[in-house]
Design a protein around this ligand. Structure first.
Ligand code: AMP
Ligand code: MG
Length: 518
């Protein structure tokens, strides 16, 4: 028996669309539209997150019932569920795109956990909504596997993220032009149930602001303050100002986290930035393999590289500026500027802390900045793996530094040889700095091993799991989920998954580059 209680405050308290007509249209002055998931042919549970199920108070045996697969495919509703699609807009690739909305996401309801916390349960790929525009509202297995696995992988890395409860095969195919080359082909479909306290994003506030819907914007802000930021108190103006600064602070911390583990989101449009500071919308994302500050996994962005790795903190700031502009009628201009300044301060402080930890230093001075920059230059010039390179750094004995620790990290023997003496020089300086810091070996090791993951969900791994699943073998999805549960320790579940990207994956679609077609 699927025992979940619902308290649907978003639908109850915010203005909704009076029409329930499910065809693409503009929806003015409403935060949501009522819409039911479109049933699928043959729901079958592929995988679930036991941690998320536990958090929701779901028992293990309930998850394996046909009812669970039916509900989380959109074929059945539980008592208390009131499905809707949310309305929002956004800047896409720097350009205001107007109304976007949940084109293929449908929230089933807000489930209550044992502590009374609200968790929005949202199906991604559950069929068309008024926001689907020209598209079908569905999702393919490939993109659903990627969202399911990475949501949980980020959670285990300790990085704020929306979660994933389940991955359900639909038994239907979905037609996609994966390479945008005019050759659409059917692919298996799947639906992820994602979970978060709220899926509100910067674009949720931008849309009513752009349309001059001040009453709706005000209600949305009040709702956000009351339910999602209850810890912020003071008079009305102070609360709004502090809220904006808090969104900036959380976003800054998120960017520092992404940069620490080498995560590239791929589509940092303002509709994909959570107001809660969560990683949101896993599309053509990727973790760095070889260190390249210009890396983007998104083929749609390959030209301008707007969302490349090194650009992410600056883009988040730009997005927050657009958010500030949307809030200009509701929050005083000086307060908005203070919030943006908070972003800059928080990011640089968080970056210092994470840089010190990555290098295993107790503090981080100006000369360490140079030391780190030189290491990045070496990682790039020698074509070294970002994750393996930092993990190997923890193996360096400061009394007797030896470049042999990096053996596993190189992608290119010629570049490795070319940088060997520069790397040896750098190691000498690094070892001297570690010795001078006086940090004891156990503390250094603990600091580094918590900052530098051992396992990351590399695209070539996810891609292999997907290709096997498409052939009927889903084991690797479960294996990667298990590996992702232990990102920082050396763990048997990593066997076969901890190495650098193999050469065959260098230019292979799904491994190094991904399209937005999902
Ligand atoms: P994304 O790039 O995934 O953040 O999506 C941008 C917008 O396109 C959002 O409003 C999505 O809901 C919508 N969208 C993406 N894929 C689909 C689809 N297959 N069907 C309907 N809407 C979609
Ligand atoms: Mg999106």
């Amino acid at each position: 028996m699927l025992d979940l209680r619902f308290d649907n405050r978003f639908r109850r308290e915010l203005p909704g669309d009076p029409s329930s007509e499910n065809r693409p249209r503009q929806v003015p002055a409403a935060a949501w539209s009522p819409v039911l998931p479109t049933p699928v042919a043959a729901p079958r549970l592929i995988a679930h997150s036991r941690e998320m199920a536990e958090a929701l108070g779901l028992e293990a045996q309930a998850v394996s019932t046909p009812e669970f697969a039916a509900v989380f495919a959109g074929n059945a509703l539980l008592p208390g569920m009131q499905p809707y699609a949310a309305n929002y807009g956004g800047h896409q690739f720097g350009v205001w795109a107007g109304q976007l909305g949940d084109g293929r996401a449908i929230t089933l309801g807000e489930a209550l956990d044992a502590e009374g916390r609200h968790w929005e349960l949202q199906l991604k790929g559950a069929g068309p909504t008024p926001y689907s525009r020209h598209a079908d509202g569905r999702a393919v297995l490939r993109s659903s596997v990627r969202e399911f696995l990475c949501s949980e992988a980020m959670h285990h890395l300790g990085i704020p993220t929306t979660r994933a409860l389940s991955l359900v095969a639909t038994g239907e195919s979905v037609v996609r032009d994966m390479f945008y080359d005019g050759r659409p082909a059917p692919e298996p479909g799947a639906i992820v149930c994602r979970v978060a306290p709220s899926f509100l994003r910067l674009g949720s506030y931008q849309l009513p602001a752009a349309r001059g819907e001040h009453a709706l914007l005000g209600k949305l802000i009040d709702f956000t303050l009351e339910h999602l930021f209850p810890e912020i108190d003071g008079d009305a103006a102070t609360r709004r100002a502090d809220w904006f600064a808090e969104v900036c602070r959380r976003t800054a911390r998120l960017m520092a986290d992404w940069m620490r583990v080498g995560f590239v989101h791929g589509v940092m449009n303002t509709d994909n930035l959570s107001v809660l500071g969560l990683t949101l919308d896993y599309g053509p994302y990727g973790f760095l393999d070889d260190f390249d500050p210009d890396f983007t996994p998104n083929t749609t962005d390959a030209e301008g590289r707007r969302y490349r790795f090194a650009h992410q903190p600056g883009i988040a700031y730009w997005n927050l500026q657009q958010f500030a502009a949307a809030l200009a009628g509701a929050i005083d201009g000086e307060a908005l500027q203070r919030g943006l300044d908070r972003y800059v301060q928080t990011f640089s402080e968080a970056q210092r802390v994470s840089s010190a930890a990555k290098l295993g230093l107790p503090d981080f001075g100006d000369s360490d900045e140079t030391l780190l920059r030189e290491f990045y230059r070496l990682l790039f010039a020698a074509e070294m793996d970002f994750t393996l390179g930092f993990r190997a750094l923890a193996e360096v004995d400061p009394a007797c530094p030896d470049g042999a620790v990096f053996a596993e990290a190189f992608y290119h023997p010629g570049k490795q040889a070319g940088q060997a003496s520069a790397l040896a020089d750098w190691l000498g300086r690094y070892a001297a700095r570690v010795r001078a810091s006086g940090i004891d070996p156990a503390s250094r090791r603990a600091l580094m091993d918590r900052a530098n993951p051992r396992f990351i969900l590399r695209n070539w791994l996810a891609q292999q799991a997907i290709e096997r699943a498409q052939r009927g073998d889903e084991a690797m999805i479960h294996q990667l989920l298990e590996a992702a549960r232990h990102p920082f320790e050396d763990h048997p579940a990593h066997a076969g998954f901890r190495g650098r990207r193999p050469e065959w994956a260098r230019n292979r679609p799904g491994c190094s580059m991904l399209s937005c077609s999902s």
